[in-house]
Design a protein. Sequence first.
Length: 294
Amino acid sequence: MKYPEFFPLLSFENKPTELPFMIMEFCRTEENIRLHNEMPHMQNYLELIWITKGTGSLNVDLKEYPLAENSIFCITPGQVHQLKGEHDMEGYIFLFTENFLFKNEHEFDPMYHSGFFETFSRSTSIRIENDISAEMHEITRKMMKECGNLYLFKAEILRRYFKIFLIYLTRQFPTVLKNTMQSRNIELAEKFKSQLEKNFRTQKKVADYARLLSVTPNYLNEIVKKITGYPASHHIRQRIALEAKRQAAYSDVCMKEVAWQLGFSDIAHFSKFFKNTTGINFSEFKKECHIMPY
């Protein structure tokens, strides 16, 4: 299944000469924000949305999140999302890859290995205090200026500015998130989620992922539950169900085709799985949530 992608020509991985970092400023009804919101979309890079004025909402994988003034939301690769803003909404959108941020660097590794962006994305929006906001605005202006020049070491300067921006951002995290990010357990949980994202269509048992991560199934379930509140088995079921819901909501494919794409050879088995996992049968969900064919 193919999802629409924001700026299809903007493919950082496919353009070696393209700097895998971009800042877009938006205000009121500018064309760039209209294009960004034209339809639900997904991408293979990270996105930070910083609302500096006004209010709006963000739909991420069929869930609606309110966005208030001076708040930041993180979109991770593969999430289907759409930003909806009021006419007075202003702010910035940062587009970048993890490879850009951590290329040839080691001093920032703790943030990377702790699953910084996954942890951030689970906390919905982060509220920015006014004193920190002023510093982040100043750094953002410097980044925008640097994006527009052709001087040497442009990428290195942008990378360092952006790391400082993110360090200010982490100071806004609740204490519980700061403590969690230091745990070695979260690294295993994030590795599990990464493997799940790659293999959910073919690997449906905790033992499959435990083998990939060189741990026992019981230990994997225990650690993932300690970090996320749910065992690994729950995440496996939810990830499969999420993909099924995406296809039901955003396409015209039938249940049999969805079941086949997700590795179910028995449509009755898939139907039972969907009902048990979501609380509603597939056809009812498709009728209630279908958005648009493409």
